[in-house]
Design a protein around this ligand. Structure first.
Ligand code: PLP
Length: 390
């Protein structure tokens, strides 16, 4: 059934995940299995599941649905997005090198830099759009190259196909953080990546009530290796979170459509606004890598950031006056959120590294929700006027 499901369109996979799997009662919606343990049929006669850390029917349904959406072989569901990132580190020994982007999510940056300081692996941090820097990093024969596109928070775009080809030539595996877009908008495995991962906390669950993660591999063997480690170190996702994420997933394609419609208008509004110094959004033709986003993404997503005129004081005034936007970390939920990357999502990065990555004090990031666009624009309009008043 799952083989056939992976051939269906995204909206069908999302809606049908888990439907008709209850052979006992015929429940239409996949039941939640909270049991931590499963009986054996007899001596040494295991059923499909034996212990919930290792395997759980609800988690398996969720993992399979994401694997189908990403067109991969195995989906490994983890307790958080960060535990999915951490799971990647199990592929590295102390002599192995990992290459990460200089502007990745602050939590990922913190994890990789701190584990490298302990000598767990060798780390190279590069701007992957700098061809020479990337070539020098790949010359060190890394085991793993991590790509994050669009990047958090500057929405830089990296060419997955190109970097994957170069990395494979150097003998590296390629893992892509697809959190900012979801499989509806970008499918890294089809562009040459070996692993795609998500913080499912964001678009995939979409309702800001689950913290979770998932990794999907192109190859069965690599997926089994990661699933083995996820069980071994005990970071598999809970059945309850998987149940909620399956429910969220069902509306992912329609949510993304509305996010996108709203985001296009917000980007256009910000781009023309006199209080805005610069807008970072791959959907704008002024974005330096708009053409790559157009080539590798199905749409441009609903995340954007901007520099406001007037520095940190203007940022504070904007936040004080917004009524509809909520000042909070995270993204990808149905509600519009606003944040200050330097002091919030990227506080795990030293200020010098923030400056190196281009994160300034006047940078503001927004996750455009699916509220009525007129209300979203009206809130931004009044907030931006207030931000410029002395
Ligand atoms: C791009 C990206 N990757 C990974 C993570 C980590 O996910 P989680 O917060 O679910 O642990 C985040 C969280 O904000 C993120 O934005």
């Amino acid at each position: 059934m799952t083989d056939k499901m992976s051939e269906k369109k995204h909206a069908t996979i999302a809606v049908r995940s888990g439907i008709n799997t209850d052979k006992h009662h015929g429940a239409v919606v996949a039941p939640i299995h909270l049991s931590s343990t499963y009986s054996l049929k007899g001596f040494n006669e295991k059923r499909q599941f034996d212990y919930s850390r290792t395997g759980n029917p609800t988690r398996a349904t969720f993992g399979q649905a994401i694997a189908d959406l990403e067109q991969g072989a195995v989906g490994v569901v983890t307790s958080t997005g960060m535990s999915a990132v951490h799971l990647l580190c199990q592929l590295l020994t102390i002599d192995d090198t990992i290459v990460i982007p200089h502007d990745c999510y602050g939590g990922s940056y913190r994890l990789f830099t701190h584990l490298a300081k302990r000598g767990q692996f060798q780390l190279i941090i590069v701007d992957q759009n700098d061809e020479q820097a990337l070539a020098e990093a790949l010359a060190k024969k890394p085991k793993l190259v991590l790509i994050e596109t669009p990047s958090n928070p500057l929405l830089r775009i990296y060419d997955i196909q190109k970097i994957a080809q170069l990395s494979h030539k150097a003998g590296a595996l390629v893992a892509v953080d697809n959190t900012f877009l979801s499989p509806i908008s970008q499918q890294p495995l089809l562009l040459g990546a070996d692993i795609v991962f998500h913080s499912t906390t964001k678009y995939i669950n979409g309702h800001s009530d689950v913290v979770g993660g998932v990794l999907v591999t192109k190859e069965q063997a690599l997926g089994e290796e990661l699933a083995w480690w996820a069980n071994c170190i005990g970071i598999t996702g809970s059945p309850f979170d998987s149940y909620l994420a399956i429910r969220g997933l069902k509306t992912l394609p329609v949510r993304i459509k509305q996010h996108q419609t709203n985001a296009d208008q917000v980007a256009d509004f910000l781009y023309k606004h006199p209080a805005i110094e610069a807008v970072y959004y791959p959907g704008l033709t002024s974005h330096p890598n708009h053409h790559i986003a157009k080539k590798q993404q199905a749409n441009f997503g609903a995340m954007m950031s901007f520099e406001i005129k007037g520095g940190i004081e203007a940022v504070k005034k904007l936040f004080d006056h917004l009524q509809l936007f909520t000042l909070a970390q995270s993204l990808g939920g149905v509600e519009s959120l606003i944040s200050h990357p330097s002091t919030m999502t990227h506080a795990g990065m030293e200020i010098s590294a923030q400056i190196e990555a281009g994160i300034t004090q006047s940078l503001v990031r927004i996750s455009v929700g699916i509220e009525d666009i007129e209300d979203i624009l009206a809130d931004l309009a009044q907030g931006l006027v207030a931000s410029q008043q002395h």
